[in-house]
Design a protein around this ligand. Structure first.
Ligand code: MN
Length: 250
């Protein structure tokens, strides 16, 4: 994706599980037609090929290779497969840590998996990671570290202000979604994020808009909320998010 491609885009969905929709062909076509840059994340290496297939030849929808932290016990054995597949795409996610579990052994297993993935990604130097960090933002930030050669996005950040500062200091990006904008805590965190490192996402289909599943076009609503938080016209907020995405890719 070069800079002229960014100029052709309209919006950004930096984290969407397109492979989990029953009508994914329609959504992919509409997302392309609306020029929405979309990182199509996956939860396990074994399902990556499906997403690689339906994103092949697309300009705006990009496949990401992932291993979700909550699937480490069931799919951790696919880690070596992940290493082989990393050459297939620049985008990596959903990966990260989830400390919802109180099982310390499981948390440790998640860290071991993430540590391998980060090490392999660092060897490439230009990977874009979309990271899950529920109750684990400090550890995720510390593991990515200050000198990571690539870019990392904390998706649906829900940590503390202190954790947000730590992540900001080392240059991490934040992708924010409609559910965060609906919560008071989420909104207050967004106001504290450096505006040049904010991206939009849906995390569909896990996020809903009323009774329906969120899809990439719904990032327009997030842009409207950002415009109000940043005190900018909606069009300027949209351009800012697009610019942030372009800067991240360079
Ligand atoms: Mn997700």
């Amino acid at each position: 994706m070069n800079e002229s491609a960014i100029n052709g885009g309209s919006l950004v969905d930096a984290h969407c599980h397109l492979d989990l929709y029953s009508d994914l062909e329609r959504i992919v076509s509409e997302t392309e037609a609306k020029h929405i840059y979309t990182i199509a994340v996956t939860n396990a290496p074994s399902v990556f090929f499906h997403t690689a297939e339906f994103t092949a030849g697309r300009k705006y929808v990009r496949p990401a290779l992932g291993l979700h932290p909550e699937l480490v016990s069931s799919h951790g054995h696919e880690l070596s497969h992940m290493r082989d597949l990393l050459k297939e795409t620049r985008y990596v996610g959903e990966v990260g840590l989830d400390y919802q579990t109180s099982d310390l052994g499981l948390r440790k297993a998640q860290r071991e998996v993430l540590s391998c993935i980060l090490e392999w990604c660092a060897d490439y130097g230009d990977k874009i990671l979309t990271l899950h960090s529920r109750r684990a933002a400090s550890d995720v930030t510390a593991m990515v570290g200050d000198g990571f050669p690539g870019k990392a996005i904390l998706h649906w950040f829900s940590g503390s202000r202190k954790e947000l500062d730590q992540a900001s200091r080392i240059g991490l990006y934040f992708s924010v979604n409609p559910a965060m904008m609906r919560s008071e805590k989420g909104r207050s965190l967004v106001t504290l994020m450096p505006s040049d490192r904010v991206l939009t996402e849906t995390d569909g289909p896990f996020v809903k808009i009323g009774k329906r599943l969120a899809e990439p076009a719904d990032v327009q609503d997030v842009v409207k909320e950002l415009a109000s938080i940043w005190n900018l016209p909606v069009e300027r907020a949209r351009e800012r998010v697009l610019k942030n995405f372009g800067t991240m890719l360079r």
